[in-house]
Design a protein around this ligand. Structure first.
Ligand SMILES: [Zn+2]
Length: 121
């Protein structure tokens, strides 16, 4: 098996609901997203899936989140809190809808250099 990872970033505002602390107020993060894929087959050229293609899929999703207020601008987060965990799950499911030539294994979202949540099934 082969594992591939592509990385992207986006900046967004959010605030946590049902949470007591400074993150209940609107603030922003420069999020880093790492999307992991798995493939079993290589082409004759030794490549499984071109990184460029995987990056394009991920960018399509991060573009919809970039410079947005996640709480009010993205329908998914009207009912789901904008926790890093839920953002990872959202991106995972959106990727799964789009990527057909590799299995989406995991999405890790860093809300800062030192804080990450990942989602996988
Ligand atoms: Zn935050």
């Amino acid at each position: 098996m082969y594992e591939l990872m592509v990385k992207d970033t986006f900046a967004a505002a959010h605030n946590l609901r049902d949470y007591k602390g400074k993150c209940e107020r609107v603030h922003g993060h420069n999020y880093t997203v790492m999307a992991y894929f798995e493939t079993a087959v290589l082409g004759k050229n030794g490549l499984s899936v071109d990184f460029t293609i995987l990056k394009k899929y991920l960018r399509k999703i991060t573009d919809t989140l970039d410079h947005r207020n996640l709480n009010s601008d993205i329908a998914f987060f009207e009912k789901n809190n904008t926790s890093t965990e839920n953002i990872a799950a959202y991106i995972y499911h959106e990727l799964k809808k789009k990527v057909k030539n590799a299995a989406v294994k995991k999405v890790a979202v860093f809300e800062s250099e030192n804080s990450m949540a990942a989602y996988y099934e």
